[in-house]
Design a protein around this ligand. Structure first.
Ligand code: SAH
Length: 231
């Protein structure tokens, strides 16, 4: 599959059965979900909007946006996470249209089809993140909003996201992330602006190991969220 790393897909496939275990391998995604949905909803009110969630996995973010009243389509390159996502709809009673697709070919058939495009915790797992950013920009309608969340690349993010989160605190499974795939906000901004998106906001997502709580704020050294608007 073009622009998907088979090793990455295999990792997520193996963990798919425990996707919705709040205390399992995806605990961190569950823990940050409220914060990221609030961030999106504050900047682009979700009720009644057509939303595309790229790299939706088991649907943690997709379902939360659907519960805010959005009409959500979730795409993922992996079949196993999608199977879990579809099954979970029976528990939640929510509606999400899940499809197996990669962003780039999907954009060929659905350009300018969405009010909001979200792509969270995906860019650091693909061989060519710039290509996913370009596809995201094609998928959103002019005036629509695009949100990215990923990991910054610097000494501090290496220490916190790899050493701290994987080896010491065990917040995520060992081997979840590769440092070389991390993306600097300046790189993400350059790719976005080259694709016709304009910068709206950069916000950090910070984990406090003492209180064991995440919060949004100015510290963008490790995890961060970005908002762009299609011009
Ligand atoms: N966005 C979700 C899940 C993040 S996990 C959330 O934040 O809750 C990353 C997901 O990206 C996995 O489900 C994996 O299968 C998927 N993925 C990896 N490479 C991909 C690619 N190139 N295109 C689409 N999905 C991909």
């Amino acid at each position: 599959m073009k622009n998907a790393d088979p090793d990455e897909l295999a990792k997520f496939a193996a963990l798919a059965p425990i996707w919705w275990d709040r205390h399992g391998a995806f605990k961190a995604l569950h823990d940050i979900n409220g914060l990221r949905v609030d961030y999106i909803n504050r900047r682009a009110p979700l009720a009644g909007r057509r939303v595309l969630d790229i790299g939706c996995g088991g649907g943690i973010l997709s379902e939360a946006m659907a519960s805010q009243g959005a009409e959500v389509t979730g795409i993922d390159a992996g079949e196993e996470p999608l199977a879990v996502a579809r099954l979970h709809l029976q528990e939640s009673g929510l509606r999400v249209d899940y499809r197996r697709a990669m962003a780039e070919p999907f954009a060929d058939g659905a350009a300018e089809s969405f009010d909001v495009v979200t792509c969270m915790e995906l860019l650091e797992h693909v061989p060519d993140p710039q290509s996913v950013v370009t596809a995201s920009a094609r998928l959103v309608r002019p005036g629509g909003d695009v949100f990215f969340a990923t990991l910054n690349r610097n000494l501090k993010s290496f220490l916190f996201a790899i050493i701290g989160a994987e080896m010491v605190l065990r917040l995520v499974q060992r081997g979840t992330h590769s440092y070389r795939r991390f993306v600097k906000p300046s790189e993400l901004t350059a790719w976005s602006e080259r694709s016709g998106l304009s910068f709206r906001d950069l916000t950090g997502l910070h984990y406090n190991p003492f209180t064991r709580r995440y919060s949004l704020g100015g510290n963008t050294h490790v995890n961060y969220l970005m908002h762009f608007r299609r011009t």
